[in-house]
Design a protein around this ligand. Structure first.
Ligand SMILES: Cc1cc2nc3c(=O)[nH]c(=O)nc-3n(C[C@H](O)[C@H](O)[C@H](O)COP(=O)(O)OP(=O)(O)OC[C@H]3O[C@@H](n4cnc5c(N)ncnc54)[C@H](O)[C@@H]3O)c2cc1C
Length: 511
């Protein structure tokens, strides 16, 4: 189907954000092209993004949350990252969790390769080191205003702006600016600059907190970590792309958010799917339901994972795609009612600790370098060279530093006049009007269903999709966006289903 049959391939595309999603979009456009002109706008070098470059990943202890088999820029070449590493002598496999900076290097190299291909095909490629501040509709295209004061013109815009800044826990917001309060463990170099043998309170226990704990303990500090739930993520051994469907996608997509029974249905579906994935393993063999304390739970989960029993992990890949397809069409009310219930449970498993990370954590807890507290903080007061922290049980402790690892803000796009889009995040929308996002990932500036030639992929489409920020989803979206943008094909990204089957590495096919 065609959206614009008279299309003449004279597109001038601006990609805002040159992280992995931006590189993925660039590669997909080049493969679909030729395109007259592509400009990538990013204040930092293209390819690194917010997570895989200097700021977030300069430390080799910072590992990817997903295995190598989930890390790709082109979903028709899902072993490309692995092949890239094997070519360079890394003894790694699809199930390994690798240092994040390696993925950044890979994205940089692939961008250069895509760029060469584009230029050979006659596309003018430009990289502009700046921040895009707004996109304005001009009638025959768009103007992208940059922080440098320059303005770019475009026929099409692809927004790949990624996650925003780390959130600050409300308990410590008032101390922003205190140099002993760190907003997340980024830049990693900042964490490495703390005074020797410091006592550090980490607010949060999920992925970023685990990164922080690992770096701090290795560098000789002691860490106390806590969160309102106090629950670490689950532990899993591998989470591969399954050879065949393990999850009944149609059953899930038939769920109605207005159904009063939806919570119990979701619970039942989850149990059923975990049992199916378990191939005869009972629920209790795959999941630790009760444990007296954090260390016992962690050790029990580690034992299950090492025994190969955490087969629920095989649902992760298709679960992410299916949940996005399910929740995408929901209105804001259904989303606001149900997602707060579902998200903590789902992220508990989606962000599960790989065995290596869990082992490291157990070792640090046993050596007394890390304590995961099962009470939360009541009050934080600034003190000389640190903070006095009052726990919920009334005790008070002095810490030299606090690291707040409470997740990241997601990007949002807002407008005042129905013509200009400004970039903000989910914590700062205020009175602004949120710009809608259609099922083909296009921005609907005036809210009348007439979508713009402005697409949002990766974390940038997080207002519609709960698990938008995983790179494999951006890689699945990019070819659809390229098909719409270049050839005018009508898109429905909501229907993107997972691709099954063993990932063929070049080694495996003998190339
Ligand atoms: C600590 C951490 C670990 C993670 N690990 C994994 C993992 O192992 N696997 C996985 O799949 N996902 C992981 N993620 C999720 C991560 O968001 C995605 O993998 C990936 O970064 C998405 O790529 P992206 O290009 O959408 O976003 P980003 O990597 O965030 O890149 C966005 C880019 O856009 C640029 N930009 C932003 N705003 C503008 C603007 N206004 N103008 C110009 N440029 C702009 C930024 O400078 C940046 O370069 C992790 C996230 C975090 C926080």
């Amino acid at each position: 189907m065609r959206m614009n049959p008279s299309y003449d391939k004279s597109n001038r595309v601006v990609i805002v954000g040159g992280g992995p999603a931006g590189v993925s979009a660039f590669g997909a456009l080049v493969r679909r092209g030729p395109i007259a002109e592509i400009t990538v706008v990013d204040p930092i070098p293209v390819g690194l993004g917010n997570v895989y470059g200097d700021l977030f990943a300069s430390d080799p202890i910072l590992l990817c949350n997903t295995p190598t088999g989930f890390m790709y820029l082109d979903d028709t070449a899902r072993a490309d990252f692995l092949d890239y590493l094997v070519d360079r002598g890394w003894p790694v496999g699809l199930d390994d969790h690798l240092p994040r900076f390696l993925f950044g290097q890979y994205c940089r190299d692939r961008f250069q390769q895509f760029r060469d291909e584009a230029e050979r095909a006659g596309t003018l490629v430009r990289v502009v080191e700046s921040l895009a501040e707004s996109v304005t509709q001009t009638g025959d295209g768009y103007q992208v205003a940059l922080s440098s004061g320059d303005v770019l013109t475009a026929t099409d815009v692809v927004l790949c702006v990624g996650l925003k800044t780390p959130k600050l826990a409300p308990l410590v917001e008032q101390y922003e600016g205190n140099e002993r309060l760190l907003r997340g463990s980024y830049p990693a170099s900042r964490v490495r600059e703390l005074e020797p043998e410091s006592r550090v309170l980490v607010l949060g226990v999920r992925s970023s907190a685990q990164d922080t704990m690992a770096m701090l303990c290795r560098d000789g500090h002691t860490v106390v970590a806590t969160s309102p739930s106090g629950r670490l993520s689950a532990v899993r051994d591998r989470c591969s792309v399954p050879a065949e469907a393990k999850l009944d996608r149609e059953k899930w997509l038939a769920l109605d958010p207005e159904d009063p029974e939806i919570v119990s249905k979701v619970t039942q579906y989850l149990v059923d799917d975990v049992l199916t994935a378990g191939e005869g393993r009972e629920l209790t063999q795959q999941i630790v339901s009760e444990a007296p304390d954090t260390l016992s739970r962690l050790e029990a989960e580690l034992t299950q994972a090492v025994s190969g029993d955490t087969r629920w992990a095989d649902l992760t890949y298709e679960g992410l795609f299916t949940l996005n397809s399910l929740v995408g069409p929901w209105g804001p009310d259904a989303r606001a009612k149900l997602m707060p219930l579902a998200y903590p449970i789902l992220t508990h498993y989606v962000n599960a600790l790989p065995v290596l990370t869990a082992r490291n954590l157990v070792a640090n807890i046993k050596a007394g370098r890390t304590l995961i507290k099962d009470v939360f903080v009541e009050k934080v007061l600034e003190a000389d060279n640190g903070f006095d922290v009052t726990w919920n049980d009334g005790t008070v402790e002095r810490f030299d530093y606090i690291v707040s690892t409470s997740g990241f803000h997601f990007p949002r796009f807002v407008t005042d006049d129905g013509r200009t889009i400004r970039f903000t995040h989910d914590g700062a929308i205020g009175e602004d009007t949120l710009v809608g996002l259609t099922k083909d990932l296009r921005l609907d500036l005036r809210g009348n269903g007439e979508a713009e030639r402005i697409w949002a992929i990766g974390a940038a489409c997080g207002q519609r999709y709960p698990f938008a920020h995983v790179i494999m989803l951006a890689a699945a979206q990019a070819p659809h966006v390229a098909a719409m943008l270049v050839d005018g094909e009508v898109g429905n990204v909501e229907e993107i289903a997972p691709t099954y089957g063993a990932i063929q590495t070049r080694m495996a096919v003998g190339a």
